[in-house]
Design a protein around this ligand. Structure first.
Ligand code: MN
Length: 139
């Protein structure tokens, strides 16, 4: 079963592409266009995975990831960085912020769904985490 993915992306076109692709493959998609919204949805909806655009306006994806990792309620959710920056330096920064993985844009739409599933399986350290019943999440 695919699972629930929170997509954090401030570019409408990228957001549409990523969420359409995930929806097509059976994932339940939550969307956040800002870091602040992502923090709220992550806590309320306990997604199985968070796809994090690093170059967000305002609070960037690395800052959002650090905050997610500092919050015990969201720390176990694997965060995968989604970015056009593909330099080694950026990978190191993403890992240091707490990202479990790294996907560079543009990505291969054929392998993307399987990649998401693999991050989901290896990313979370607590496999028994409950989700989906949070009162604040109506999605
Ligand atoms: Mn962006």
């Amino acid at each position: 079963m695919p699972g629930r993915v929170l997509v954090v992306e401030d570019n409408d076109m990228h957001m549409q592409l990523v969420s359409d692709l995930l929806t097509l493959h059976g994932f339940n998609v939550l969307r956040a266009a800002t870091g602040a919204r992502a923090l709220v949805l992550a806590e309320e909806c306990s997604p199985d995975l968070i796809l994090m655009d690093i170059s967000l306006k305002g609070m960037n994806g690395l800052e959002v990831t650090r905050m997610l990792k500092q919050n015990p309620n969201t720390a176990a959710i694997p965060v995968v960085a989604l970015t056009t920056y593909a330099m080694q330096h950026d990978r190191v920064q993403a890992a240091e912020a707490g990202c479990a993985g790294f996907i560079t844009k543009p990505f291969d739409t054929r392998t993307f769904p399987a990649l998401i599933t693999s991050f989901m399986q290896k990313g979370g350290s607590d496999g028994g985490r409950e989700h989906g019943e949070s009162a604040g999440c109506r999605r």
